[in-house]
Write a protein that binds this ligand. Sequence first.
Ligand SMILES: [Zn+2]
Length: 306
Amino acid sequence: MTVTRNMTEFRCRVCGELLRFDPTDPSSFISKTEHDDFFGMQLTTYRISHDSRNERHINSVVVDHAGLFRGYRDAYIEPVSSADTSTRGTYWVLHEETPAIATTENVTFALLISRTERWVVDVVSPERLNASEMAALVLDRVEEAWRVYDTIPQPLEMTIADMKLHVWTSDSRVLCVGFTNHSLVRAVDAVARHIVDQTQDSIVPRRRKLHLIFQILETDPEMSPAILLRIMNEDMLYTTFHTPFEDRIPSIVERTAQRHPIAEEILGPLLRGYATLMDLLEGEYCSRYKEVIELVDFVNRRRILG
Ligand SMILES: [Zn+2]
């Protein structure tokens, strides 16, 4: 009768099916990562898979200490039968609920490709473009460059169809970007290494995160690699918070705002679960991203909600 007591429920981000797993039973998930105390919450990320026809859907979800689902980190599709020759050479475009951004002020096209896991994140991609085919063609050119050069130029410039691309590579990942003009090339060049050098291949960056990085680079070409890495790797950006001290929120906000004025505007909505950090950064606080991150660090370091 108490069988479902410890079950955590969420919907698969790929197909919408209701999934359940038991956070206390290691056989019900692939892996788990515990996080430091964050905004007074003890959060853990679990990776869970389920099979649906010829595909396996993998979801990474953030769960609180009570076993409640708090947000997704990523979700992607794997073919169940990798021996199937029809899927050889195919790159899997990671599923996202919103369509790719068609173009930005300075970027016409941006893909992040995993050479080892064969996934593609279509960060900026016009609707008429086949991202999986583009990934395969770019990778062919990269292999070619690898054969002829001792040290591969970074970025490697190439033209595919009629698109001029700048390509940064590592052993595991490839970032390829088409620019409308040259104003953003240097800014992307300064951080591209950190995007392709990711050794933790289990973390599949979500399109929203990569798009946010491009969005920030357009407002601040001097974005620090340290902040970029935090945005890439922080699971908490998508988490909906729920603080147990609802009645203390006004005084917490007031006190924190004395040190970090931005708290007055964003700390209340964050603590009440009305907005996630990602919502704020993608929206009107994009250009104030440093203040947002400093506030998060201040709250955690002082254990204001602990
Ligand atoms: Zn599914």
